[in-house]
Design a protein around this ligand. Sequence first.
Ligand code: AMP
Ligand code: GLY
Length: 442
Amino acid sequence: MNASPSPASGPARILVVGGGGRENALAWALARCPGVERVWIAPGNGGSTAIPGAERLPLAESDAEGLTEACARLAIELVVIGPEAPLAAGLADALRAAGLPVFGPGRDGARLEASKSWAKQLMREAGVPTAEHWSASSEEQALTALEAHGRPLVVKADGLAAGKGVTVAETMEEARAAITEVFAGRFGEAGASLVLEEMLSGPEVSVFALCDGRQLVLLPPAQDHKRIGEGDTGPNTGGMGAYAPAPLLDAEGLEQARRLVLEPTLQALQSRGIDYRGVIYAGLMLTESGLKVIEFNCRFGDPECETLMPLLGPELAQVLLACARGRLGDAPPLTTLPGCSACVIAAAEGYPLSARSGDAIEIDLESGDDRQLFHAGTRLDEEGVCRTAGGRVLAMVAQAPDFDTAFERAYEGLAQVRFEGITYRRDIGHQVRRRPAPGMRP
Ligand code: AMP
Ligand code: GLY
C-alpha cells in the first residue's frame, strides 16, 4: 500500500479520534469523499459502524501510544482529532512525531482553548476585538479586581472545564461566589487561575476556520443553543441544537470576522512559532460596538459540526489533508452546498446535571441524502442493542432550501426515535423560523 498519496489526491485511510456526535459527523462526511476507502473512529460510539465505510477502533483518545501503533498497522494517511482534551494533552504532537499528517493543533496551539488568559493575551497583542479582562491567580487578587471594577464581571476558570467554567454573574454577590468556587478547586487544575471579563451583550455566532498554519478557509457561520430549556433558559449545556448558515453573519460580516479576528489570530500564532494546523473556532458576540471574541476553541463545535458537515463538498478529505500537511494551496477549493442545515439534539433525562443511561434506543427512520442521525452518547451492548450512554444521545440533522422545512424534517425524524426519558427542545432555530415546530404552541 502506498502510504504517501500525491499532493493532488486525497487520503484513502483516515482515523478520526473521539467518541461524540461531532466525530460521527466527521467520519460520515469524510467516508463520502471520493477516494476514501475506510474511516476508523477511536473510540467511536454505538453508531460508528452504521456509517457506510466506517468502523470503530476501541482505543481511548488519551492512548497516544496505542493510536500511533494503530495508525502504522492500518496504514492511516490522515488523522483528524475531534475533542479538545487530547489536543491539549499533545496527541497531535505524538502522532506528528511518528510522521503522520494530523488535522488538529499541537499542545502549543491548543492553548487557544486550554488557557483563557493565554488566549486573551494573544488577542490583546494581535489587536483582536474582545472583552476587557483581568487575569488573577489568587482569590484575593480576583476579589480586589472585582471590587475595583464595582460591577459584576464574567468569571472564567482559566483551563478546560468541559464548558462549565464560566459564570455570567448578574450581581456582585454571584461574582464573588463564582470566584470563591473556582479557587476552592471545583474545576481542579483548570481553576488554578481565572479570567474576569467585562460583560458584553448581543447575539452569538460561531465561526470555524480550517488552517494549514499560514492560510485559512472559513466555513459557513453557525449558531448553537447552549441552554437546556426552551426560550434559551436554564443551565448551559454543550449545545442542544444548531443551524447554519446563520443569517446573523452575512457575507460582509464573515469577511469582517476573517479580517479582524481569524487572520490576526493565525498571524499571532505564527509569530509565536506555532504551526497551527486544525480548526480555529471563534465564538463571537455581535455587540453594539461591533463583533467581539467571547472565546476561542481549538476544534469544531458540537453540535455545530454535525450541522455543518452535510453542507460541505466532496473536497473535504483533501482539504483536511492539505491543512495537516501545511499546504492548503494544494487542495481544490472547498465547496459549500446551497441550502439550510438544522440540528436538534436528543438528550437523556436529567442532562446536564446528571444523565440517565442504559436505556434501549429504538430508531425507526428511513435515511436519505438530506437527513442524518448522528450518534453521540450511545453504545452497543453485548447483544448488539443500542443504548443511551451519555447526556447528549443523538443529533438529528436535516437540510432543505429553507429553515422551516429543514427543522420540520429534523423534528419529524426525531418523532421516529424512542428511548426512555428522551428530552429535546422544540424551539431550536426559533430565530430563523416562521412556522412553529410540530408539537409546539403557535
Ligand atoms: P464559554 O464556556 O466560554 O463558551 O462561555 C459560555 C457562555 O457564557 C458564552 O456562550 C456566552 O453566552 C457567555 N459569556 C462568556 N463570556 C461573556 C462575556 N464577556 N459577556 C457576556 N457573556 C459571556
Ligand atoms: N457547541 C459549543 C461547543 O462545542 O463548544
